[in-house]
Design a protein around this ligand. Structure first.
Ligand SMILES: NC(=O)c1ccc[n+]([C@@H]2O[C@H](COP(=O)([O-])OP(=O)(O)OC[C@H]3O[C@@H](n4cnc5c(N)ncnc54)[C@H](OP(=O)(O)O)[C@@H]3O)[C@@H](O)[C@H]2O)c1
Length: 376
């Protein structure tokens, strides 16, 4: 869009449509980037980005939804564009809202500003009646949906998943050697990956509403699980947030064995220790009931969970079908012994039971490899 070659001399209506489509797809990619700036601060609201284009495809204004209670992405972009938004095209990652919450419906704001065309990626998951597309279309605004839907879905995965399923989106983070070990056999090793990968885990924590661990990890490692040292640069996982919001720390601890002086109980962030008394036992009487844990967290407006635990709890989450995404840091190192990344009962006893994930991204982080993969 910053490229002058894209600035046509014809009016919008005379442009060949494929050129307009190309400009709108590029604007949608930019809107997804803007939306990502809300990761870690917009929750429990969705992350949304918006770009306003003039008839020639030039950017008039940009916006993203920064925090619940703050202005929506469309409104920020309309303010930036001012009077120029009359006749503009709004490119937005999520269908504009139709309800009067704390900030008024975006459908109305777009109409009042004289926007003529709205291109959005993902329909409102609350259903046809909830979104603003029908209102805007009825008022004569040209509506286009589905443009750039995949990256727009991905950036907003936590919120969309919560609305669709009624439970938080769970990312399991794991750091392992090339031979799949997550700790040394004698428990002497603390860090498997390098400082860059470890800093990125703080980014994942900052993006999450809650960080969940098991009592096994608390007793073995005494982790603090708060956001301390963010990386200096963003990554495909998202930008470095401007302001850090500490996640809720959650320990799953059926018998209440979390020591009073465990670091996870310090004042750096709020903490919830969930025992079997509070949430019930797991289906086979072991641990706590994971469905009940996620239901409780959903009720507390937790939309995204980062699971940072050992093989036992990670395996229980996988077996229960409660992991949505894996972020794995693989160090080019061999241990030969020590706990594996995952202990499950359901996966992989025979090759027919192998669990294949959908690879979303691969990258280098310092000397380690980051793999991002989604589960069905
Ligand atoms: N490399 C990494 O990314 C990484 C990350 C974290 C930990 N680790 C390593 O993992 C090791 C600890 O592993 P771990 O397997 O002992 O600990 P864990 O998976 O963190 O915790 C396991 C414990 O969680 C409790 N739990 C509560 N609800 C459960 C449920 N529904 N299903 C299963 N367990 C449930 C159980 O204890 P109760 O029954 O008493 O509740 C269980 O023993 C440490 O050596 C640590 O270094 C590695």
């Amino acid at each position: 869009l910053r490229d002058d070659r894209h600035v046509p001399t014809q009016s919008h209506s005379q442009q060949p449509n494929h050129h307009r489509d190309e400009l709108e797809r590029a604007a949608m990619a930019r809107a997804v980037e803007l939306a990502a700036r809300g990761l870690g601060s917009a929750s429990p609201n969705p992350v949304v980005g918006c770009v306003l284009l003039d008839a020639g495809g030039r950017t008039l204004g940009e916006g993203w939804h920064e925090r619940a209670g703050g202005p929506h992405a469309e409104v920020v972009a309309l303010r930036a564009a001012g009077d120029a938004s009359r006749g503009a095209t709004a490119v937005v990652t999520l269908e504009p809202c139709n309800h009067t919450g704390r900030t008024g419906p975006c459908s109305r704001a777009l109409l009042d500003a004289g926007v003529r065309r709205v291109v959005y990626a993902v329909p409102d998951p609350h259903g046809v009646a909830a979104g603003g597309a029908a209102t805007l279309a009825a008022a004569g605004v040209e509506m286009v949906s589905g443009v750039g839907a995949e990256p727009a879905e991905r950036v907003n995965a936590a919120w969309l998943h919560s609305v669709r399923t009624g439970r938080p989106y769970v990312t399991w983070k794991v750091a392992a050697t090339l031979d799949g070990r997550t700790a040394a056999a004698d428990r002497t090793s603390r860090w498997i990956t390098g400082p860059e990968a470890r800093a990125e885990v703080h980014l994942l924590r900052a993006q999450a509403d809650a960080v969940v661990t098991g009592i096994g990890t608390v007793l073995a490692d005494d982790p603090q699980l708060a956001v301390r040292a963010l990386p200096t640069r963003g990554s495909p996982l998202g930008p470095v947030p401007a302001t850090v919001r500490q996640p809720l720390r959650v320990v799953l601890d059926a018998a209440g064995r979390t020591p009073p002086d465990a670091r996870v109980r310090d004042t750096a962030a709020p903490t919830l220790v969930l025992t079997a008394t509070e949430v019930g036992s797991g289906p086979d009487g072991r641990g706590v009931d994971l469905d009940a844990v996620l239901a409780l967290l959903h009720e507390r407006q937790v939309r995204s969970v980062l699971l940072e635990c050992g093989a036992t709890l990670a395996g229980a989450f996988v077996d229960a079908g409660l992991v949505d995404r894996v972020v794995a840091y693989v160090a080019p190192a061999l241990l030969g012994q020590g706990p594996a990344a995952l202990t499950t009962r359901g996966v992989g006893a025979t090759i027919g039971a192998i669990r294949r994930l959908v690879l979303q991204d691969v990258g280098l982080v310092g000397a380690d490899v980051r793999l991002v993969a989604a589960l069905d």
